[in-house]
Design a protein around this ligand. Sequence first.
Ligand SMILES: [Zn+2]
Length: 457
Amino acid sequence: MIGEATIRLVRERTDIQAVIGDTVKLTRRGRSWIGLCPFHRERTPSFHVTPERGIFHCFGCGEHGNVIDFLIKTEGVSFPEAVRQLADRAGIEVEENRSDRQRRDEEAAKKAREDLYAVNNLAARFYETMMDEHPHAKLAREELERRELVPSEPTDAIATALQSFRVGYAPAEWAALAAYLRQQGIAPHVAEQAGLLLPRSTGGGFYDRFRHRLMFAVIDLQGRVVGFSGRILPDPQTGLVDKETGKYINSPETPVYKKGDLVFGLYQARQPVRQAEHAVLVEGNFDVVSLHARGIRNVVAPLGTAFTPEQALAIKRFAPEVVLLFDGDAAGRKAVKAAREPCKKAGLVARAASLPEGIDPDDLSRTRGPDAVKAVIKASRGLLEHLIDVSLEAPFSGSSSEERVERLHEVVELINAEDDPAVRAIAQKFADDVAHRLVQRDANLGMADVTTFRALV
Ligand SMILES: [Zn+2]
């Protein structure tokens, strides 16, 4: 528990205009500062910050509160986290009601976490430098070229996206990072705990986990590097891609990185997600970076796992809705279906956008431009309707009567799994219409099937 006195002191000593000014461009007007509201979309500013009262208020959407509320709402942090951040900033010691023993334990744990953030940050810097300096980084740059992620000037949207995702290159060597970290005075066991180094099986010493990989930093909601995701590259000697190893290697779980909690790109996307009032969920890291580079910045991806309820909750801190923009293939369709449950658990409204067969969002943005992606997102539909359509749209002709019944059952199950009676009613009507259209299109699906179907629903 943080003491009342500390909370009061934090509010008194914090310059609310400076804190909010980090995320909102503020202009002075009399005793207030005004800017474009970060909580709703607007063209003319109705968001007011009044330093002498220590509050913000939006006359457009009614969002209001003090500086602590602002951090909770915009950064997705908890109350104690917000107070600690502000206390750090104002140089205030946080007084908490704890025993000395608790305090010592917590301080030791905090120090250990800070060491992990520091070593991860050093590694990110090393990989960024290697992208420019290492002879084999050419293969990583070629991968970026293939995806047309080559900046034409150091400050354009592509350069900004590559920098904000801290894209780098892990050298094709056994102990390049290990040597660099040793130079920097980092104890190898700290780098091992961060998941960056692995102990050699014989003879002692450590080697690099990520070797000859295109690196993306995994960044938490406070902007700290907590891990990495490394994409495979063609072998420098043979030019071939090893089919035996995984396409991506991700950091293992560490005290600062829990798999399934973190959403890739949410830190970079958090303001655009809030402004758009929805996030766009894609499958791959490259889709995220590529869309950011092309100006679609409310895009995130699950990381190294299927989409989880925790990830859905993390998104919900910034927007009530998610649009699933998964690849137009069997795996993508399966992933859309699998995302339904986590969204439901988190109370995150889910919609689905359909990409053409065999196309991923990165392909689409490159070949047809960001507007084509925006159009697909705009045409997204409620997840249940989408799933019903997918189940029924494949032609029925040629399928056996068992198969037909199975698919109708599938749709019935989809509808019955919906808790909201209003949504269920709409979905039933929708399924009924689709089934009806099928009869007209498909000679093998008789009126009898539709009657059966209606009876089931
Ligand atoms: Zn507002």
